[in-house]
Design a protein around this ligand. Structure first.
Ligand SMILES: Nc1ncnc2c1ncn2[C@@H]1O[C@H](COP(=O)(O)OP(=O)(O)OP(=O)(O)O)[C@@H](O)[C@H]1O
Length: 257
């Protein structure tokens, strides 16, 4: 069974300047354990699609199921963790208390909360940083903490909206490697929004190339580089061929030429 199954999905926002068609005729199936990136120019509907999956927006046409349920039911069952572009950690709470917050809301007892905090801090290589405040950590560490927070609710799926977009190249490379390891270790399904072709090719099993006005899927590119991907795989002909194909798809979708 697909973890996410969208059929003929449409979303029109009503604005003061008239209707904006953010998504048009989206057909997409994502299987358990896949790492799928959404890539495309600004305004092509990547975030909107992620928000529809997360039940933060309601489509105006078509159907979508998440784990066989409506997005609303899946949200209630905590089927996913959401990681935003900025870490969205509460500055007045320590890292541990930030991770604990959704667990408190879920009514999970203190001992289990502490166990999950420790386990997930270890998973993102932040053991010992639980008592720090977000502002005491670097941007990359804050993003790792927000990944730990998303994982602590034990979701089947991670929805990540340009989580590393604001970080410098070297930190981003490092976090890409860490995320890949985490994905291999946990087997979670990941849906990942990015503007970066190398990031999408490095991380994904499939890349959904979107085009704007209205936001639609232009092409889906398979990325069969295998699970073992050191950073220097980016210099191999196989990697460059996939990157080339994604770039061609983005160009064609743009309608420049
Ligand atoms: N709440 C909203 N109300 C009205 N229009 C919206 C709303 N959210 C998004 N849009 C519009 O829908 C379209 C798709 O936006 P979306 O943020 O999904 O694109 P995106 O591909 O994620 O862009 P970016 O890469 O810049 O983040 C854009 O034209 C945007 O202006």
């Amino acid at each position: 069974m697909s973890v996410i199954s969208a059929e003929n999905l449409d979303l029109v926002f009503q604005t003061d300047d008239g209707p904006v068609q953010a998504l048009s005729a989206i057909d997409l199936d994502i299987e358990k354990g896949e790492f799928v990136s959404l890539i495309g120019p600004s305004g092509c509907g990547k975030t909107t699609l992620l928000r529809v999956i997360a039940d933060l927006e309601t489509p105006t046409g078509g159907t979508i199921t998440v784990n066989g349920m409506t997005p609303g039911e899946a949200r209630e069952k905590r089927a996913y963790g959401y990681v935003f572009q900025a870490s969205a950690l509460f500055p007045w709470r320590t890292i541990a208390a930030n991770i604990a917050l959704p667990l408190e809301v879920m009514g999970i007892d203190r001992a289990e909360r502490e166990r999950r905090i420790e386990d997930n801090l270890a998973l993102v290589d932040l053991s010992g940083f639980g008592n720090r405040f977000p502002w005491q950590l670097s941007g990359g560490m804050q993003q790792r903490a927000s990944i730990a927070r998303a994982l602590a609710v034990q979701p089947d799926m991670l929805l990540m909206d340009e989580p590393f977009g604001a970080l410098d190249e070297i930190v981003r490379d490092h976090l890409n490697e860490e995320l890949l390891k985490l994905w291999a270790k946990t087997g979670k399904t990941v849906v990942f929004v990015t503007h970066s072709i190398p990031e999408a090719v490095f991380l994904s099993t499939r890349i959904v190339v979107m085009s704007p006005r209205p936001g639609r899927i232009h092409e889906i590119v398979n990325c069969d580089l295998g699970p073992d991907r050191p950073l220097d795989i980016r210099d191999t002909p196989e990697f460059l061929a996939i990157a080339h194909r994604v770039r061609d798809g983005l160009r064609a979708g743009h309608g420049y030429d």
